[in-house]
Design a protein. Structure first.
Lengths: 281, 304
């Protein structure tokens, strides 16, 4: 068989084993490709001004807004920001969460007590109000928003990873490696993290989803980066500038549905319970 | 001089208020090219013995006595000294061999990494791995597979291949036949004879048929050796009441269990088996010496 045919049949057989996950992955790939290719796909520059408040037509599939910007083009560009902030906050949250989980589970002792105490405290803080306060007191740009979302997003990863690392540290293969003189860093990167990968990858997909949701909530409340409009920002504009009052549903409904779909796709992609063995080869 | 000579080894574990004596003043000798089976039921201190030799006791464990490897006492040595011995000189095939393989790394990569740790040059390791897999009756494809793709017997044999490939002088096999069917058991036991060459084998087992494949047998009870001697003699004509009980508990010999359990040993006075022994009397309250020369037994009432 030709290599690409082999690849295709492998992907198809995995998709049959876990249709939910691969449907999520498929939808996600479409969104991500669309976001990356926004400059090619968007019919207009999102800053171009045409007539305001136009209804959907072949020329403007989602109409235009109060300033006369094409809403479809805006949505395509905004999905880049939403996805970007989601991914960035997930990367920050995961790096921190994995670090804390591994340190606590691997080294134990007082460090574990300290880190778990910190994690439990952070888990008690209501995430959205905390993030709102953080962003409201700083300059809202996409970096600060991502960091603010990640500032509490790490703790559940640390909590879930900690027992898994403890279990792995006591496993026979880690004891074997240690008795042969392998160092902690080697064991963590070669044995512990690869074996905890199913936890980390699932947590990552979930973190992107929750990050996007948090970002949408912030922008809906007006706490968004004014130069980088996200999907939540479009909805915020639709609500504050008469979209709702004039019943222009295409202005707010489509970005809203897109946010929902993207988050759903990330959650579906995180569905790996039956996929454990397949992750390996 | 024996390759491995253990003198008066005691291991105890601190457990809350009390101290558990897992191994009590144990002596044994093992020469190069010989094999010794340590038999005994669960909790008799067999695996603790292996950990004590390798210096991998849990943190709450303390060991005293002497473990002479090649005439040098290695008990309580520096980690650096022990690491130079582990793998290169003394190899352990751990209990449940499948769990000693990392499930996300290919068997071949783990074997070559292990060999590299034991001083085999990187360029030679893959060929050596292949050679020993073949000797152990495994296909070359095993190198590219993951541990969860192998059966219990196959991963056990791959572990034997890995350990034998670095030609250690002492091989410790902890329950090598645990959970294996009859055919796999025979394959694994045959392997020991075939691949270890002039190394010494210390086999820890509660499988009497596996013990029979060794030259000598020592019966461990309550952290003490209660009987030792040539394998066939000990298993065919047991002298100690405990050994007799073990043999009678074997399915082919009527499967008669020994009443009572091994319990937690928090004190060491008198015969360790006296609570479960039908022959026990006042004499057994005191310390029991080891009787005999080649057939050694620790019992006043044994029919010597």
């Amino acid at each position: 068989m030709r290599p690409w045919k082999e690849m295709l049949s492998m992907v198809l057989s995995r998709a049959r084993d876990n249709p939910v996950r691969y449907a999520g992955v498929l939808v996600l790939s479409i969104f991500i490709i669309a976001a990356i290719m926004a400059p090619l796909l968007a019919p207009y520059d999102p800053d171009d001004r045409m007539g305001p408040f136009r209804s959907p037509s072949w020329e403007h599939p989602l109409g235009t807004n109060d300033l006369g910007n094409d809403i479809l083009s805006e949505v395509l560009y905004a999905s880049r920001i939403s996805l970007g902030v989601g991914l960035m906050s997930a990367v920050i949250a995961l790096s921190f969460g994995v670090g804390v989980g591994v340190l606590a589970g691997y080294y134990r002792g007082w460090l574990e007590q300290l880190l778990l105490g910190l994690t439990d405290t952070a888990l008690l803080v209501p995430a959205l109000p905390f993030t709102i306060v953080l962003v409201a007191y700083t300059e809202p740009n996409i970096w600060i928003i991502s960091a603010a979302i990640a500032s509490l997003g790490w703790c559940s990863t640390a909590r879930v990873l900690h027992p898994r690392v403890m279990e792995l540290k006591d496993s026979n293969f880690v004891m074997y490696a240690r008795s042969l003189g392998k160092g902690d860093l080697y064991i963590i990167f070669k044995h512990v993290l690869p074996n905890a990968w199913e936890v980390i990858s699932v947590k990552f997909a979930l973190a992107v989803g929750t990050g996007m949701l948090a970002e949408s909530s912030l922008s809906f409340l007006g706490l968004s980066d004014p130069t980088n409009q996200s999907l939540g920002g479009i909805i915020n504009k639709a609500f504050t500038r008469g979209g709702l009052a004039m019943d222009l549903w295409w202005w707010y409904l489509v970005p809203g549905l897109l946010i929902g779909l993207m988050i759903l796709a990330f959650m579906m992609a995180a569905n790996v319970e039956r996929d454990k063995g397949v992750l390996l080869d | 001089m024996s390759l491995l000579s253990i003198k008066g080894l005691s291991v105890s574990f601190a457990s809350g208020e009390s101290t558990i004596h897992a191994v009590n003043s144990l002596d044994l000798d093992l020469d190069s090219g010989r094999s010794l089976a340590i038999i005994g039921e669960s909790g008799s201190g067999k695996s603790v013995l292996a950990s004590a030799i390798l210096g991998t006791l849990e943190e709450n464990g303390t060991a005293s006595g002497q473990v002479l490897f090649d005439g040098r006492n290695i008990l309580g040595s520096d980690e650096a000294v022990l690491m130079a011995l582990r793998g290169r000189q003394i190899c352990l095939i751990p209990q449940n061999a499948w769990s000693a393989w990392d499930p996300v790394i290919r068997i071949g990569d783990q074997m070559t990494e292990f060999m590299r740790c034991c001083g085999v040059p990187r360029s030679e390791a893959p060929n050596l791995a292949l050679e020993y897999l073949k000797k152990c009756g495994l296909a070359p494809e095993v190198l590219r597979s993951y541990s969860h793709r192998l059966s219990g017997g196959m991963s056990q044999r791959a572990m034997v291949a890995m350990c034998a490939s670095v030609r250690p002088r002492l091989l410790i096999a902890d329950e090598p036949t645990k959970g294996l069917d009859g055919r796999s058991r025979t394959l694994v036991l045959d392997l020991f004879e075939k691949v270890i060459g002039d190394a010494a084998l210390l086999m820890i087992t509660h499988d009497l048929r596996a013990a029979r494949s060794c030259d000598e047998v020592s019966v461990l009870y309550g952290g003490r050796i209660v009987e030792s001697g040539p394998a066939n003699e000990v298993l065919d004509r047991p002298l100690h009441p405990y050994t007799a009980g073990l043999c009678a508990a074997h399915p082919r010999r009527g499967m008669v269990p020994i009443p009572g359990g091994i319990g937690r040993r928090t004190e060491i006075v008198g015969c360790v088996f006296r609570d479960r022994c039908v022959l026990a009397d006042h004499e057994c309250q005191g310390d029991v010496p080891m009787f005999g020369e080649t057939r050694r037994v620790r019992c006043f009432h044994a029919d010597r």
